[in-house]
Design a protein around this ligand. Sequence first.
Ligand SMILES: [Fe+2]
Length: 387
Amino acid sequence: MNMFEFDLPTKIQAGNGTFQKVTTYIKENLTGKRLFIVTDPGIVQIGLVSTLQSNLAEQGFETTVFTNVKPNPRDQDCIQGGEEAEHFQADCIVAIGGGSVIDAAKAIAVLQVCGGRPQDYAGRGNVPKRVTPIVAIPTTAGTGAEVTRSSVITDTDKKIKITLKDVKIAPVLAIVDPELTYNLPRLITASTGMDALVHAIEAYTCTRSNPIADGLALEAMKRIYPALRTAVHKGSDKEARYELMIGATIAGMAFSHADVASVHCMAEAIGGLYDTPHGIANSMFLPYVIEYNAPADPKKHAIIARTMGIASEQASDEEATAMLVKEMKKLAEDISIPTFSSLPQVDKGDFDYLAESSYQNGSTPSNARPISKQDYLELFQKAYDAR
Ligand SMILES: [Fe+2]
């Protein structure tokens, strides 16, 4: 019965065909005329950026395109983006791409106005002033970055991930169009979808959960879990794509008003060191963290299993949780997510460093069950031994 705050900084335009109306939405919601488009070469290649640019040009917007964003976005690229946005005198940043692009756009919006490096604003509430407004157009159903107030950036010197958390970097407008995901490759659908599912699970179980975020998290699970296998194996299934996309956005709202927890702490540790795609990294550790956390709150973990239809109402909390762990392993296998030990870079000699890096993550205190560096070490070992 703790006090909590719930603010909604992002206007969401969602549904099939919303991408075609981007220009209208921008005109209705923003005063900007000089739009700095942040994207990556893959999105340019499939023609989405040229469509966007020509639609905007017709309505009198000036645009320029920044494509230098890599998966697990890097501090140096964001610094370059901030300088280019300032040189262009951008009055709005339009991010079109996956979570990496949207997270980079958030850091670019900060750096354009405040200068410096992303590291200068890491942590909670450290952005000193209002930043360039951001419009986010996700092309994957995963991170929920279009509605969150966080940006995860790789510190390339230290090989760790840092997180900027501030309501000032939440996009002002999100265009959530499931049609943009129809042609996503299988592994990207699988990994980003698992990321979304982990957001919902961690938002619901973490110590910073609250009743509104709980409702969103459960709704997200109900949509994401049944749609994920279908979206991966039959990418043209419009209903599955819709459920996954909307579910991912709802999960984003849930965790941005609660937190993520130890799955993300471990995923970010290996993402920083090995550049492992975020959703794949999350999937590898999810069952083991659920197993570890469940004794701290068996009831909530059982509700997850029942909400997703994995366990019946008759199953005890312990039985339901065991079924959830088993099914999360099976799901990752069915959608061809690689195992931790199969990653070519993994070296057991790194586990101590990875455990320390996970432990230092700002979301470690949010984990449902208190967790030490030694516990993390054991979880890395367990995930590795599972093969
Ligand atoms: Fe995530």
